[in-house]
Ligand binder design. Structure first.
Ligand SMILES: Cc1cc2nc3c(=O)[nH]c(=O)nc-3n(C[C@H](O)[C@H](O)[C@H](O)COP(=O)(O)OP(=O)(O)OC[C@H]3O[C@@H](n4cnc5c(N)ncnc54)[C@H](O)[C@@H]3O)c2cc1C
Ligand SMILES: NC(=O)c1ccc[n+]([C@@H]2O[C@H](COP(=O)([O-])OP(=O)(O)OC[C@H]3O[C@@H](n4cnc5c(N)ncnc54)[C@H](O)[C@@H]3O)[C@@H](O)[C@H]2O)c1
Length: 463
Protein backbone atom coordinates (compact mmCIF):
# COMPACT_ATOMS: atom_id res chain seq x y z
CA UNK A 1 0.00 0.00 0.00
CA UNK A 2 1.29 3.48 -0.95
CA UNK A 3 1.94 5.79 2.02
CA UNK A 4 3.06 9.41 2.11
CA UNK A 5 3.48 12.12 4.76
CA UNK A 6 2.72 15.86 4.43
CA UNK A 7 2.96 18.95 6.61
CA UNK A 8 -0.59 19.95 5.67
CA UNK A 9 -3.40 18.16 3.83
CA UNK A 10 -6.49 19.94 2.55
CA UNK A 11 -9.57 17.82 1.86
CA UNK A 12 -11.68 19.67 -0.71
CA UNK A 13 -10.21 22.08 -3.24
CA UNK A 14 -13.03 24.65 -3.45
CA UNK A 15 -12.82 28.32 -2.38
CA UNK A 16 -12.11 27.64 1.30
CA UNK A 17 -9.78 24.70 0.73
CA UNK A 18 -7.72 26.44 -1.95
CA UNK A 19 -7.36 29.55 0.27
CA UNK A 20 -6.09 27.35 3.10
CA UNK A 21 -3.67 25.41 0.86
CA UNK A 22 -2.25 28.60 -0.68
CA UNK A 23 -1.78 30.20 2.75
CA UNK A 24 -0.25 27.08 4.34
CA UNK A 25 2.15 26.74 1.38
CA UNK A 26 3.66 30.15 2.26
CA UNK A 27 5.33 28.32 5.18
CA UNK A 28 5.05 24.56 4.68
CA UNK A 29 6.90 22.76 1.85
CA UNK A 30 4.74 19.65 1.71
CA UNK A 31 1.10 20.61 1.13
CA UNK A 32 -1.38 18.19 -0.45
CA UNK A 33 -4.90 18.80 -1.78
CA UNK A 34 -7.32 15.89 -2.02
CA UNK A 35 -10.52 16.41 -4.03
CA UNK A 36 -12.92 13.74 -5.23
CA UNK A 37 -14.88 15.79 -7.77
CA UNK A 38 -15.09 14.71 -11.42
CA UNK A 39 -14.40 18.33 -12.33
CA UNK A 40 -12.15 20.44 -10.11
CA UNK A 41 -13.02 24.02 -9.22
CA UNK A 42 -15.49 23.96 -6.33
CA UNK A 43 -19.09 25.05 -5.97
CA UNK A 44 -18.66 28.81 -6.42
CA UNK A 45 -17.02 28.52 -9.82
CA UNK A 46 -18.77 25.44 -11.21
CA UNK A 47 -22.34 25.44 -9.86
CA UNK A 48 -22.74 28.40 -7.49
CA UNK A 49 -21.94 32.09 -7.57
CA UNK A 50 -20.36 32.43 -11.01
CA UNK A 51 -22.81 30.50 -13.24
CA UNK A 52 -25.81 31.92 -11.37
CA UNK A 53 -24.59 35.52 -11.62
CA UNK A 54 -23.67 35.06 -15.31
CA UNK A 55 -27.24 33.98 -16.10
CA UNK A 56 -28.89 36.47 -13.75
CA UNK A 57 -26.99 39.35 -15.35
CA UNK A 58 -28.25 38.30 -18.79
CA UNK A 59 -31.85 38.39 -17.62
CA UNK A 60 -31.28 41.75 -15.90
CA UNK A 61 -30.19 43.15 -19.26
CA UNK A 62 -33.20 41.46 -20.89
CA UNK A 63 -35.54 42.98 -18.31
CA UNK A 64 -34.12 46.45 -18.97
CA UNK A 65 -34.47 45.95 -22.73
CA UNK A 66 -38.09 44.92 -22.24
CA UNK A 67 -38.64 48.19 -20.36
CA UNK A 68 -37.20 50.08 -23.38
CA UNK A 69 -40.24 52.36 -23.73
CA UNK A 70 -39.61 53.80 -20.25
CA UNK A 71 -36.24 55.02 -21.50
CA UNK A 72 -37.58 56.34 -24.81
CA UNK A 73 -36.22 53.38 -26.74
CA UNK A 74 -37.94 51.38 -29.42
CA UNK A 75 -36.73 47.81 -28.94
CA UNK A 76 -39.12 45.70 -31.01
CA UNK A 77 -38.61 42.37 -29.28
CA UNK A 78 -36.24 41.27 -26.55
CA UNK A 79 -36.25 37.67 -25.40
CA UNK A 80 -33.96 35.02 -23.99
CA UNK A 81 -32.19 32.68 -26.41
CA UNK A 82 -31.63 29.81 -24.00
CA UNK A 83 -29.12 27.77 -26.04
CA UNK A 84 -26.97 30.90 -26.52
CA UNK A 85 -27.35 31.90 -22.85
CA UNK A 86 -26.22 28.40 -21.96
CA UNK A 87 -23.20 28.61 -24.28
CA UNK A 88 -22.20 31.96 -22.80
CA UNK A 89 -22.40 30.51 -19.30
CA UNK A 90 -20.26 27.53 -20.28
CA UNK A 91 -17.60 29.71 -21.94
CA UNK A 92 -17.47 32.09 -18.97
CA UNK A 93 -17.30 29.36 -16.34
CA UNK A 94 -14.78 27.28 -18.30
CA UNK A 95 -12.36 30.18 -18.15
CA UNK A 96 -12.71 30.58 -14.36
CA UNK A 97 -12.51 26.82 -13.81
CA UNK A 98 -9.43 26.43 -16.00
CA UNK A 99 -7.60 29.06 -14.00
CA UNK A 100 -8.48 27.38 -10.69
CA UNK A 101 -7.54 23.94 -12.06
CA UNK A 102 -4.13 25.27 -13.08
CA UNK A 103 -3.63 26.61 -9.55
CA UNK A 104 -4.59 23.28 -7.99
CA UNK A 105 -2.43 21.30 -10.40
CA UNK A 106 0.64 23.55 -10.00
CA UNK A 107 3.78 21.94 -8.63
CA UNK A 108 3.36 23.93 -5.42
CA UNK A 109 0.93 21.24 -4.24
CA UNK A 110 0.58 17.46 -4.43
CA UNK A 111 -2.90 16.91 -5.88
CA UNK A 112 -4.84 13.70 -5.30
CA UNK A 113 -8.08 13.30 -7.25
CA UNK A 114 -9.99 11.06 -4.88
CA UNK A 115 -12.54 11.02 -2.08
CA UNK A 116 -10.84 11.06 1.31
CA UNK A 117 -11.79 9.20 4.45
CA UNK A 118 -10.21 9.39 7.91
CA UNK A 119 -8.67 6.18 9.20
CA UNK A 120 -7.33 7.67 12.43
CA UNK A 121 -6.65 11.21 13.77
CA UNK A 122 -3.51 11.61 11.61
CA UNK A 123 -4.33 9.48 8.54
CA UNK A 124 -6.71 9.55 5.56
CA UNK A 125 -7.21 6.83 2.99
CA UNK A 126 -7.99 7.40 -0.69
CA UNK A 127 -10.16 5.37 -3.05
CA UNK A 128 -7.17 3.35 -4.37
CA UNK A 129 -6.07 2.44 -0.83
CA UNK A 130 -3.26 5.02 -0.62
CA UNK A 131 -2.80 6.32 2.93
CA UNK A 132 -1.73 9.91 3.58
CA UNK A 133 -0.61 11.23 6.96
CA UNK A 134 -0.11 14.85 7.95
CA UNK A 135 0.78 17.08 10.85
CA UNK A 136 -2.28 19.22 10.11
CA UNK A 137 -5.50 18.75 8.11
CA UNK A 138 -8.06 21.15 6.72
CA UNK A 139 -11.56 19.82 6.02
CA UNK A 140 -13.16 21.99 3.33
CA UNK A 141 -15.63 19.61 1.73
CA UNK A 142 -18.45 22.13 1.23
CA UNK A 143 -22.14 21.32 1.14
CA UNK A 144 -24.69 19.32 -0.84
CA UNK A 145 -28.36 19.95 -1.67
CA UNK A 146 -30.58 18.68 1.12
CA UNK A 147 -33.91 16.97 0.71
CA UNK A 148 -35.90 17.84 3.85
CA UNK A 149 -38.60 15.45 5.07
CA UNK A 150 -41.39 16.77 2.84
CA UNK A 151 -43.73 13.86 2.04
CA UNK A 152 -43.02 12.46 -1.43
CA UNK A 153 -40.14 14.79 -2.25
CA UNK A 154 -37.39 12.20 -2.13
CA UNK A 155 -39.29 9.99 -4.62
CA UNK A 156 -39.76 12.56 -7.41
CA UNK A 157 -37.26 13.65 -10.11
CA UNK A 158 -36.90 17.23 -8.87
CA UNK A 159 -34.39 19.74 -10.18
CA UNK A 160 -31.71 21.30 -8.01
CA UNK A 161 -29.90 24.58 -8.64
CA UNK A 162 -27.38 22.55 -10.70
CA UNK A 163 -30.10 21.70 -13.24
CA UNK A 164 -31.42 25.26 -13.53
CA UNK A 165 -27.90 26.60 -14.02
CA UNK A 166 -27.40 24.14 -16.86
CA UNK A 167 -30.65 24.73 -18.78
CA UNK A 168 -30.38 25.04 -22.54
CA UNK A 169 -34.13 25.35 -23.09
CA UNK A 170 -36.88 27.45 -21.57
CA UNK A 171 -39.11 25.45 -19.22
CA UNK A 172 -42.69 26.62 -19.72
CA UNK A 173 -43.63 26.38 -16.04
CA UNK A 174 -41.64 25.68 -12.86
CA UNK A 175 -42.64 25.26 -9.21
CA UNK A 176 -39.90 26.59 -6.92
CA UNK A 177 -39.91 25.17 -3.40
CA UNK A 178 -38.33 27.50 -0.84
CA UNK A 179 -37.74 31.18 -0.25
CA UNK A 180 -34.01 31.25 0.53
CA UNK A 181 -31.38 32.96 -1.58
CA UNK A 182 -31.08 30.14 -4.12
CA UNK A 183 -34.87 29.92 -4.56
CA UNK A 184 -35.30 33.68 -4.97
CA UNK A 185 -32.36 34.32 -7.30
CA UNK A 186 -33.35 31.41 -9.57
CA UNK A 187 -37.12 32.06 -9.43
CA UNK A 188 -36.56 35.57 -10.78
CA UNK A 189 -34.06 34.31 -13.37
CA UNK A 190 -36.59 31.77 -14.67
CA UNK A 191 -39.44 34.28 -14.67
CA UNK A 192 -37.42 36.89 -16.53
CA UNK A 193 -36.20 34.29 -19.03
CA UNK A 194 -39.90 33.66 -19.78
CA UNK A 195 -41.08 30.75 -17.60
CA UNK A 196 -44.25 30.75 -15.55
CA UNK A 197 -43.08 30.48 -11.94
CA UNK A 198 -44.91 29.39 -8.81
CA UNK A 199 -42.83 29.90 -5.65
CA UNK A 200 -43.83 28.31 -2.34
CA UNK A 201 -42.23 29.53 0.89
CA UNK A 202 -42.90 28.21 4.40
CA UNK A 203 -42.43 31.35 6.54
CA UNK A 204 -44.40 34.61 6.28
CA UNK A 205 -41.49 36.25 4.42
CA UNK A 206 -38.96 35.05 1.86
CA UNK A 207 -35.22 35.57 2.54
CA UNK A 208 -35.12 34.90 6.27
CA UNK A 209 -31.52 36.17 6.52
CA UNK A 210 -32.72 39.65 5.51
CA UNK A 211 -34.97 42.11 7.33
CA UNK A 212 -38.75 41.83 6.82
CA UNK A 213 -38.64 45.31 5.19
CA UNK A 214 -36.07 44.13 2.64
CA UNK A 215 -37.95 40.89 1.99
CA UNK A 216 -41.21 42.81 1.47
CA UNK A 217 -39.65 44.89 -1.32
CA UNK A 218 -38.54 41.72 -3.13
CA UNK A 219 -41.91 40.03 -2.59
CA UNK A 220 -43.71 43.02 -4.14
CA UNK A 221 -41.29 43.08 -7.08
CA UNK A 222 -41.68 39.31 -7.66
CA UNK A 223 -45.47 39.60 -7.71
CA UNK A 224 -45.25 42.62 -10.05
CA UNK A 225 -43.12 40.56 -12.45
CA UNK A 226 -45.70 37.76 -12.41
CA UNK A 227 -44.20 35.21 -10.02
CA UNK A 228 -47.06 33.42 -8.26
CA UNK A 229 -45.57 33.70 -4.79
CA UNK A 230 -47.07 31.94 -1.79
CA UNK A 231 -45.72 32.72 1.69
CA UNK A 232 -46.82 31.36 5.07
CA UNK A 233 -47.46 27.90 3.68
CA UNK A 234 -47.07 24.33 4.78
CA UNK A 235 -46.23 21.72 2.16
CA UNK A 236 -48.36 18.58 2.63
CA UNK A 237 -46.95 16.43 -0.14
CA UNK A 238 -45.26 16.31 -3.51
CA UNK A 239 -46.08 13.84 -6.28
CA UNK A 240 -45.06 13.21 -9.89
CA UNK A 241 -47.34 11.53 -12.42
CA UNK A 242 -47.07 11.33 -16.20
CA UNK A 243 -44.67 14.23 -16.53
CA UNK A 244 -46.48 16.51 -14.07
CA UNK A 245 -45.43 17.53 -10.57
CA UNK A 246 -48.15 18.18 -7.99
CA UNK A 247 -47.53 20.08 -4.79
CA UNK A 248 -50.31 20.09 -2.23
CA UNK A 249 -49.89 22.74 0.45
CA UNK A 250 -51.73 24.88 2.96
CA UNK A 251 -51.72 28.53 2.02
CA UNK A 252 -52.32 30.56 5.19
CA UNK A 253 -54.21 27.50 6.45
CA UNK A 254 -56.36 26.74 3.39
CA UNK A 255 -55.66 23.71 1.16
CA UNK A 256 -54.13 24.69 -2.20
CA UNK A 257 -52.29 22.87 -4.96
CA UNK A 258 -49.91 23.70 -7.76
CA UNK A 259 -48.89 21.69 -10.82
CA UNK A 260 -46.12 22.08 -13.37
CA UNK A 261 -43.85 19.94 -15.55
CA UNK A 262 -40.77 21.01 -13.55
CA UNK A 263 -40.02 21.35 -9.84
CA UNK A 264 -37.00 23.05 -8.29
CA UNK A 265 -36.07 21.87 -4.80
CA UNK A 266 -34.41 24.92 -3.22
CA UNK A 267 -35.07 23.94 0.38
CA UNK A 268 -31.48 24.37 1.47
CA UNK A 269 -28.10 22.65 1.58
CA UNK A 270 -26.33 20.52 4.20
CA UNK A 271 -22.66 20.12 5.14
CA UNK A 272 -20.81 17.49 3.06
CA UNK A 273 -19.54 15.16 5.78
CA UNK A 274 -20.82 11.83 4.50
CA UNK A 275 -18.06 9.29 4.00
CA UNK A 276 -15.38 11.30 5.84
CA UNK A 277 -15.53 8.98 8.86
CA UNK A 278 -15.04 11.93 11.20
CA UNK A 279 -15.42 9.75 14.31
CA UNK A 280 -12.11 8.08 13.51
CA UNK A 281 -10.45 11.51 13.63
CA UNK A 282 -12.19 12.60 16.86
CA UNK A 283 -13.89 15.44 14.97
CA UNK A 284 -17.31 16.30 16.34
CA UNK A 285 -20.23 17.72 14.40
CA UNK A 286 -23.07 19.94 15.63
CA UNK A 287 -26.77 19.14 15.40
CA UNK A 288 -26.93 21.07 12.10
CA UNK A 289 -24.29 18.71 10.64
CA UNK A 290 -21.67 21.49 10.55
CA UNK A 291 -18.25 20.60 11.95
CA UNK A 292 -17.82 22.11 15.37
CA UNK A 293 -15.00 24.72 15.31
CA UNK A 294 -13.43 27.22 17.70
CA UNK A 295 -12.76 30.82 16.52
CA UNK A 296 -9.45 29.66 14.96
CA UNK A 297 -11.39 27.07 12.92
CA UNK A 298 -9.86 24.20 14.91
CA UNK A 299 -12.17 21.23 15.28
CA UNK A 300 -12.41 19.08 18.42
CA UNK A 301 -9.13 17.57 17.17
CA UNK A 302 -6.78 20.58 17.40
CA UNK A 303 -4.62 19.41 14.48
CA UNK A 304 -7.64 19.26 12.20
CA UNK A 305 -9.28 22.48 11.01
CA UNK A 306 -12.47 23.06 9.01
CA UNK A 307 -13.70 25.98 6.89
CA UNK A 308 -16.43 27.00 4.47
CA UNK A 309 -19.87 25.47 4.05
CA UNK A 310 -18.92 22.35 6.00
CA UNK A 311 -18.15 24.51 9.04
CA UNK A 312 -20.69 27.34 8.73
CA UNK A 313 -22.06 29.53 10.21
CA UNK A 314 -22.56 31.29 6.84
CA UNK A 315 -22.45 29.67 3.40
CA UNK A 316 -20.78 32.54 1.61
CA UNK A 317 -17.60 32.38 -0.47
CA UNK A 318 -15.65 35.21 1.11
CA UNK A 319 -16.35 33.73 4.55
CA UNK A 320 -14.98 30.34 3.39
CA UNK A 321 -11.84 32.12 2.14
CA UNK A 322 -11.37 34.20 5.31
CA UNK A 323 -11.79 31.08 7.44
CA UNK A 324 -9.38 29.06 5.28
CA UNK A 325 -6.70 31.76 5.42
CA UNK A 326 -7.11 32.28 9.15
CA UNK A 327 -6.91 28.56 9.88
CA UNK A 328 -3.79 28.08 7.77
CA UNK A 329 -2.08 31.05 9.40
CA UNK A 330 -2.92 29.56 12.79
CA UNK A 331 -1.57 26.13 11.84
CA UNK A 332 1.65 27.68 10.55
CA UNK A 333 2.17 29.57 13.82
CA UNK A 334 1.46 33.06 12.48
CA UNK A 335 -0.79 35.78 13.88
CA UNK A 336 -4.38 34.92 12.96
CA UNK A 337 -7.46 36.99 13.66
CA UNK A 338 -10.80 35.18 14.00
CA UNK A 339 -13.45 36.14 11.44
CA UNK A 340 -15.56 39.01 12.79
CA UNK A 341 -19.19 38.14 12.02
CA UNK A 342 -20.35 41.51 13.42
CA UNK A 343 -19.11 43.07 10.17
CA UNK A 344 -20.57 40.34 7.95
CA UNK A 345 -21.49 41.36 4.41
CA UNK A 346 -24.28 39.63 2.52
CA UNK A 347 -25.69 40.16 -0.96
CA UNK A 348 -28.80 38.68 -2.56
CA UNK A 349 -28.64 38.94 -6.34
CA UNK A 350 -32.30 39.50 -7.00
CA UNK A 351 -33.23 42.70 -8.83
CA UNK A 352 -33.44 44.90 -6.85
CA UNK A 353 -30.49 43.43 -4.97
CA UNK A 354 -30.23 43.29 -1.20
CA UNK A 355 -26.92 44.34 0.30
CA UNK A 356 -26.63 44.09 4.05
CA UNK A 357 -23.66 44.60 6.31
CA UNK A 358 -22.89 44.60 10.02
CA UNK A 359 -25.55 44.18 12.66
CA UNK A 360 -29.20 44.07 11.67
CA UNK A 361 -31.83 46.01 13.61
CA UNK A 362 -33.00 42.72 15.13
CA UNK A 363 -29.44 42.00 16.38
CA UNK A 364 -29.03 45.55 17.73
CA UNK A 365 -32.28 45.20 19.69
CA UNK A 366 -31.34 41.74 20.93
CA UNK A 367 -28.00 43.09 22.24
CA UNK A 368 -29.68 46.10 23.88
CA UNK A 369 -27.56 48.58 21.91
CA UNK A 370 -28.88 52.16 21.85
CA UNK A 371 -28.83 53.12 18.17
CA UNK A 372 -30.21 55.62 15.69
CA UNK A 373 -31.65 54.33 12.43
CA UNK A 374 -32.29 56.43 9.34
CA UNK A 375 -33.43 55.48 5.88
CA UNK A 376 -34.05 57.02 2.47
CA UNK A 377 -36.03 55.73 -0.54
CA UNK A 378 -34.66 55.38 -4.06
CA UNK A 379 -37.81 56.98 -5.50
CA UNK A 380 -36.73 60.34 -4.08
CA UNK A 381 -33.12 60.28 -5.29
CA UNK A 382 -31.95 62.02 -8.46
CA UNK A 383 -29.76 59.34 -10.04
CA UNK A 384 -32.15 56.49 -9.35
CA UNK A 385 -35.08 58.51 -10.71
CA UNK A 386 -33.27 59.17 -14.01
CA UNK A 387 -32.30 55.49 -14.18
CA UNK A 388 -35.90 54.35 -13.54
CA UNK A 389 -34.49 52.44 -10.57
CA UNK A 390 -36.94 53.75 -8.01
CA UNK A 391 -37.60 50.58 -6.02
CA UNK A 392 -36.12 50.12 -2.55
CA UNK A 393 -34.26 52.12 0.07
CA UNK A 394 -31.04 52.52 2.01
CA UNK A 395 -30.89 52.34 5.77
CA UNK A 396 -28.06 53.04 8.21
CA UNK A 397 -27.85 52.14 11.89
CA UNK A 398 -25.36 53.98 14.12
CA UNK A 399 -24.54 53.88 17.83
CA UNK A 400 -26.45 56.77 19.45
CA UNK A 401 -23.63 57.99 21.69
CA UNK A 402 -20.75 57.95 19.18
CA UNK A 403 -22.38 57.86 15.75
CA UNK A 404 -20.26 54.80 14.84
CA UNK A 405 -21.88 52.93 11.96
CA UNK A 406 -22.93 49.46 13.13
CA UNK A 407 -25.15 48.23 10.32
CA UNK A 408 -26.55 49.15 6.91
CA UNK A 409 -28.97 47.84 4.34
CA UNK A 410 -29.38 48.70 0.68
CA UNK A 411 -32.31 47.29 -1.23
CA UNK A 412 -32.12 48.64 -4.73
CA UNK A 413 -30.48 48.59 -8.13
CA UNK A 414 -26.92 47.32 -7.63
CA UNK A 415 -27.46 47.27 -3.85
CA UNK A 416 -24.70 44.65 -3.61
CA UNK A 417 -22.22 47.13 -5.04
CA UNK A 418 -23.47 50.16 -3.12
CA UNK A 419 -23.37 48.46 0.27
CA UNK A 420 -19.58 48.11 0.08
CA UNK A 421 -19.20 51.80 1.02
CA UNK A 422 -20.85 50.97 4.33
CA UNK A 423 -18.85 47.72 4.67
CA UNK A 424 -15.64 49.77 4.60
CA UNK A 425 -17.11 52.26 7.10
CA UNK A 426 -18.21 49.55 9.52
CA UNK A 427 -14.97 47.59 9.33
CA UNK A 428 -12.87 50.74 9.88
CA UNK A 429 -15.22 51.88 12.67
CA UNK A 430 -16.14 55.17 10.97
CA UNK A 431 -18.87 57.44 12.33
CA UNK A 432 -21.69 59.11 10.42
CA UNK A 433 -19.85 62.44 10.78
CA UNK A 434 -16.64 60.87 9.34
CA UNK A 435 -18.58 59.63 6.33
CA UNK A 436 -20.02 63.05 5.61
CA UNK A 437 -16.44 64.27 5.00
CA UNK A 438 -16.18 61.89 2.02
CA UNK A 439 -16.51 63.30 -1.52
CA UNK A 440 -19.79 61.74 -2.70
CA UNK A 441 -19.98 62.34 -6.44
CA UNK A 442 -23.11 63.81 -8.02
CA UNK A 443 -25.13 62.33 -9.62
CA UNK A 444 -24.40 58.78 -8.49
CA UNK A 445 -26.44 56.10 -6.81
CA UNK A 446 -23.80 56.04 -4.03
CA UNK A 447 -24.53 59.59 -2.88
CA UNK A 448 -27.92 58.34 -1.60
CA UNK A 449 -26.07 57.29 1.59
CA UNK A 450 -25.57 60.95 2.53
CA UNK A 451 -29.28 61.39 3.34
CA UNK A 452 -29.54 58.86 6.19
CA UNK A 453 -26.06 59.87 7.38
CA UNK A 454 -27.16 63.52 7.64
CA UNK A 455 -30.30 62.44 9.50
CA UNK A 456 -28.20 60.49 12.01
CA UNK A 457 -25.87 63.45 12.63
CA UNK A 458 -28.90 65.78 13.00
CA UNK A 459 -30.53 63.46 15.51
CA UNK A 460 -27.27 63.19 17.49
CA UNK A 461 -26.99 66.99 17.59
CA UNK A 462 -30.53 67.26 18.97
CA UNK A 463 -29.79 65.01 21.97
C1 LIG B 1 -26.69 28.30 -6.70
C2 LIG B 1 -25.73 28.88 -5.71
C3 LIG B 1 -25.34 30.21 -5.83
C4 LIG B 1 -24.45 30.75 -4.91
N1 LIG B 1 -24.12 32.08 -5.04
C5 LIG B 1 -23.29 32.64 -4.14
C6 LIG B 1 -22.92 34.01 -4.27
O1 LIG B 1 -23.35 34.71 -5.18
N2 LIG B 1 -22.06 34.51 -3.36
C7 LIG B 1 -21.56 33.78 -2.33
O2 LIG B 1 -20.78 34.30 -1.52
N3 LIG B 1 -21.91 32.48 -2.19
C8 LIG B 1 -22.74 31.89 -3.07
N4 LIG B 1 -23.06 30.57 -2.95
C9 LIG B 1 -22.45 29.80 -1.86
C10 LIG B 1 -20.98 29.45 -2.19
O3 LIG B 1 -20.93 28.86 -3.49
C11 LIG B 1 -20.41 28.50 -1.14
O4 LIG B 1 -20.55 29.08 0.14
C12 LIG B 1 -18.92 28.23 -1.38
O5 LIG B 1 -18.66 27.90 -2.72
C13 LIG B 1 -18.44 27.09 -0.47
O6 LIG B 1 -17.06 26.87 -0.65
P1 LIG B 1 -16.35 25.65 0.09
O7 LIG B 1 -14.89 25.82 -0.15
O8 LIG B 1 -16.83 25.54 1.48
O9 LIG B 1 -16.86 24.35 -0.64
P2 LIG B 1 -16.84 23.85 -2.17
O10 LIG B 1 -16.47 24.91 -3.12
O11 LIG B 1 -18.12 23.14 -2.38
O12 LIG B 1 -15.64 22.79 -2.20
C14 LIG B 1 -15.73 21.55 -1.63
C15 LIG B 1 -14.86 20.58 -2.39
O13 LIG B 1 -14.71 19.42 -1.59
C16 LIG B 1 -14.72 18.27 -2.41
N5 LIG B 1 -15.09 17.13 -1.53
C17 LIG B 1 -16.26 16.92 -0.85
N6 LIG B 1 -16.18 15.80 -0.11
C18 LIG B 1 -14.94 15.28 -0.30
C19 LIG B 1 -14.25 14.14 0.21
N7 LIG B 1 -14.79 13.30 1.08
N8 LIG B 1 -12.98 13.91 -0.23
C20 LIG B 1 -12.37 14.75 -1.11
N9 LIG B 1 -12.99 15.84 -1.60
C21 LIG B 1 -14.24 16.12 -1.21
C22 LIG B 1 -15.73 18.61 -3.48
O14 LIG B 1 -15.48 17.84 -4.64
C23 LIG B 1 -15.48 20.10 -3.71
O15 LIG B 1 -14.59 20.35 -4.77
C24 LIG B 1 -23.93 29.97 -3.86
C25 LIG B 1 -24.31 28.63 -3.74
C26 LIG B 1 -25.20 28.09 -4.66
C27 LIG B 1 -25.60 26.65 -4.53
N1 LIG C 1 -26.03 35.57 -3.07
C1 LIG C 1 -25.45 34.72 -2.25
O1 LIG C 1 -24.57 35.05 -1.48
C2 LIG C 1 -25.90 33.30 -2.27
C3 LIG C 1 -26.62 32.80 -3.34
C4 LIG C 1 -27.06 31.48 -3.28
C5 LIG C 1 -26.76 30.72 -2.18
N2 LIG C 1 -26.04 31.23 -1.17
C6 LIG C 1 -25.79 30.45 0.04
O2 LIG C 1 -26.13 29.11 -0.14
C7 LIG C 1 -26.81 28.63 1.02
C8 LIG C 1 -27.93 27.73 0.59
O3 LIG C 1 -28.99 28.52 0.05
P1 LIG C 1 -30.46 27.95 -0.05
O4 LIG C 1 -31.32 29.01 -0.60
O5 LIG C 1 -30.39 26.64 -0.76
O6 LIG C 1 -30.82 27.58 1.44
P2 LIG C 1 -31.52 28.41 2.62
O7 LIG C 1 -31.31 27.61 3.83
O8 LIG C 1 -31.08 29.82 2.61
O9 LIG C 1 -33.07 28.41 2.22
C9 LIG C 1 -33.86 27.27 2.29
C10 LIG C 1 -35.34 27.67 2.26
O10 LIG C 1 -36.15 26.50 2.31
C11 LIG C 1 -37.14 26.62 3.30
N3 LIG C 1 -37.43 25.28 3.85
C12 LIG C 1 -36.54 24.40 4.37
N4 LIG C 1 -37.17 23.26 4.73
C13 LIG C 1 -38.48 23.41 4.42
C14 LIG C 1 -39.63 22.59 4.53
N5 LIG C 1 -39.58 21.37 5.07
N6 LIG C 1 -40.81 23.07 4.08
C15 LIG C 1 -40.87 24.32 3.53
N7 LIG C 1 -39.82 25.14 3.41
C16 LIG C 1 -38.64 24.71 3.85
C17 LIG C 1 -36.54 27.56 4.33
O11 LIG C 1 -37.54 28.21 5.07
C18 LIG C 1 -35.75 28.52 3.44
O12 LIG C 1 -36.57 29.55 2.95
C19 LIG C 1 -27.30 29.82 1.79
O13 LIG C 1 -26.89 29.74 3.13
C20 LIG C 1 -26.69 31.01 1.13
O14 LIG C 1 -25.88 31.76 2.02
C21 LIG C 1 -25.62 32.52 -1.18
Amino acid sequence: MKKEHFDYIVIGGGSGGYAAARTAREVFDRVAIVDGAQELGGLCILKGCMPSKTLIYSTEVLHLAQQGRKFGLNIPEAKADMPVLHERKIATIDEFAEYRQEQLESDRFSLYKSQAKFVDPRTISLADGTELTADYFMIATGSVVSCPPVQGLSEVPYWTSDDVLDLNFLPEKVIVLGGGVVACELAQFLRRAGSEVIQIQRSPHILKESSPDAASVIEEQFRKEGIELYTDTQIDNVAYEEGVFWVKFKNKGSPTSAEAPYLLNALGRKPAIEGLNLEAANVEVMKSGHISCNPNQQTTNERIYACGDVAGPHEIVHVAILQGELAARHATGRAAEPVNYDTLLGVTFTDPQIGQVGLSEAQLKERGIDYISADFPFDDHGKSILMEAKTGYVKVMAERSSGQILGAECVGKDGGELVHAMAVAITLKATAADLLKVHWYHPTLSEIWTYPLEDIVDEMNQT
